[in-house]
Design a protein around this ligand. Structure first.
Ligand SMILES: [Zn+2]
Length: 314
């Protein structure tokens, strides 16, 4: 029944676009256990179940493989790419073994300050909130209560969602102001190492750039935005021995999180492809520096699969 529904949707998409649109999903972490601090991330057990099923109904490629097929006019129906943002070590520990087992290639986008330092600013905020002895603090005209794990997680999710939209300098000032109130706790490494990135690249997975310190480009002065892109590209070039051709815009919403001027930055730097987080599928007519990606909200498997082709056909 699902096969039939997917084939029908693929047929409709083909009529509408005169070619098969490519669906690209985005993930972040593949966590060991459910966590209040990562409510949207998939657990490793669920991930293996999901991938095993997706592999039956879709043809899964890395982004570079799929883009080459689009260029040659050879992308098959129900083509799917799985992409992973930020560069968390759990991708290596929990997702990579599943890919190897199923013979799947995937695409990883790395915020390189995480590789270098071991964690990103949001991980440090999470660690500080988890370990603080403070029971409350005030910021942004708001008071945060920190008695329980749930309250700490609520404060974390609220603050990350505010702070990520700040310019780098302001972001760091606000974080320092928070650490003055609650104390600063350095997290253990939670990001992939340079060696691990090298290994996934050698296995044939894509390793693309995702800025250095995970900055939303449109919130920065253009000069800073450019430095963020260059920083991640140079770092990856250094450790992988060749320049990445793929880039993912942090947060990724075209028109809000990145703009035409940032597409021009990619062109100037010779980065061929930029992926966004706007709904839709990729065809030969899609702008190469604003390629859509999405993640369906529906959790039930059949509905999840049908949503993939519906959104790819938009
Ligand atoms: Zn990201």
């Amino acid at each position: 029944m699902l096969h039939f529904g997917l084939s029908l949707l693929a047929f409709i998409n083909r009529i509408k676009h005169k070619e098969h649109p490519l669906a690209v999903l985005y993930f972040h972490r593949v966590i060991n256990e459910p966590s209040l601090f990562c409510p949207d991330d998939i657990t490793s057990a669920n991930f293996e179940v999901l991938l095993t099923k997706l592999n039956k109904y879709f043809k899964i490629f890395s982004l570079s493989q799929a883009l080459a097929l689009i260029e040659q006019g050879k992308l098959p129906p129900k083509a799917l790419v799985l992409s992973f943002d930020d560069g968390y070590a759990d991708n290596f520990d929990n997702a990579l073994p599943v890919f190897e087992k199923l013979g799947i290639k995937a695409s990883f986008f790395i915020a390189t300050k995480g590789t270098e330092q071991g964690y990103l600013w949001n991980d440090e905020l999470a660690e500080s909130l988890k370990n603080t002895m403070a029971t409350q603090f005030g910021l942004f005209d708001q008071s945060f209560v920190l008695n329980t794990e749930q309250e700490k997680a609520n404060a974390y999710l609220y603050l990350v969602n505010k702070i990520k939209f700040l310019a780098n300098q302001e972001r760091d000032e606000v974080l320092n102001a928070i650490y003055k109130k609650i104390g600063r706790f350095e997290p253990a490494r939670c990001m992939m190492t340079a060696q691990q990135l090298n290994k996934i690249a050698k296995l044939g997975h894509d390793v693309g750039a995702h800025t250095h310190s995970h900055s939303i480009l449109a919130m920065q002065k253009l000069k800073v935005a450019k430095q963020e892109v260059i920083g991640s590209v140079e770092y990856l070039t250094d450790i992988l021995g060749e320049a990445p051709s793929l880039f993912a815009y942090p947060n990724g919403w075209f028109g809000r999180d990145f703009k035409v001027e940032h597409q021009h930055v990619l062109n100037e730097l010779g980065i061929q492809y930029g992926v966004a987080t706007n709904d839709g599928g990729i065809t030969s007519k899609t702008s190469l520096t604003a390629l859509p990606r999405f993640m369906p909200h529906r959790k039930e498997f059949n509905q999840f699969c049908l949503s993939i082709l519906k959104i790819a056909g938009e």
